[in-house]
Design a protein around this ligand. Structure first.
Ligand SMILES: NC(=O)c1ccc[n+]([C@@H]2O[C@H](COP(=O)([O-])OP(=O)(O)OC[C@H]3O[C@@H](n4cnc5c(N)ncnc54)[C@H](OP(=O)(O)O)[C@@H]3O)[C@@H](O)[C@H]2O)c1
Length: 165
């Protein structure tokens, strides 16, 4: 089992503003769709609500402290904490594969930074105003193993990090 973050962050680590994404980068959305298709995804309740609907053809595991939170859809499961969300996803690998994606937001990324094996970070080379940030990727713990640079509609790079052994 591999636990991965998939995230897009500005040069100043901003990932969100007013419960939305600060940018629109179609190639990054395409990357996200292709990478996560058919997989199990874990997300905070605010991210789930900001997307506005369950992501299709994926298992959507929503983490919330609200005991009465429900969402009626076959591919949505609600869990009371991150640990039980991960444990649940581990039971679903025969259907959704061995890689489990944590897709945000800020709170959930922060809580799981110490345990993820991989990070797919789209780094946008510009500063944005925002209220939610991604934690620093510590080079003591993570090695950059791939970088693909892009220029449109703004300069950005697809970065892949793997936790050092
Ligand atoms: N750029 C990106 O790649 C990216 C990706 C995802 C999201 N975002 C952005 O990030 C923002 C949302 O992030 P956020 O930090 O505000 O919220 P979030 O992490 O999406 O969700 C926070 C909520 O998750 C629940 N939660 C968090 N930790 C928990 C735990 N240990 N146990 C149980 N429940 C827990 C709580 O829900 P309850 O309040 O219901 O208890 C909490 O209020 C938005 O702006 C969104 O657009 C950006």
């Amino acid at each position: 089992m591999t636990l991965s973050h998939i995230v897009a962050a500005a040069e100043n680590d901003v990932i969100g503003v007013n419960n939305a994404l600060p940018w629109d980068i179609p190639e990054d959305m395409k990357f996200f769709r292709e990478k996560t298709k058919g997989k199990a995804l874990i997300m905070g309740r605010k991210t789930f609500e900001s997307v506005g609907h369950p992501l299709p053809q994926r298992l959507n595991v929503v983490v919330t402290r609200q005991k009465d939170y429900t969402f009626d859809a076959p591919n949505v499961v609600v869990k009371p904490d991150l640990k039980s969300a991960i444990e649940y996803c581990k039971t679903q690998t025969s259907k959704y594969g061995e890689e489990i994606f944590i897709i945000g937001g800020g709170e959930i990324f922060k809580e799981s930074m110490g345990i993820v094996d991989m990070i797919y970070l789209t780094r946008i080379h510009k500063e944005y105003p925002g209220d939610i940030r991604y934690p620093k990727v510590d080079s003591k713990n993570f090695e950059l193993v791939e970088q693909r640079d892009r220029e449109e509609p703004v300069a950005f790079s697809f970065l892949t990090y793997i936790r050092k052994k």
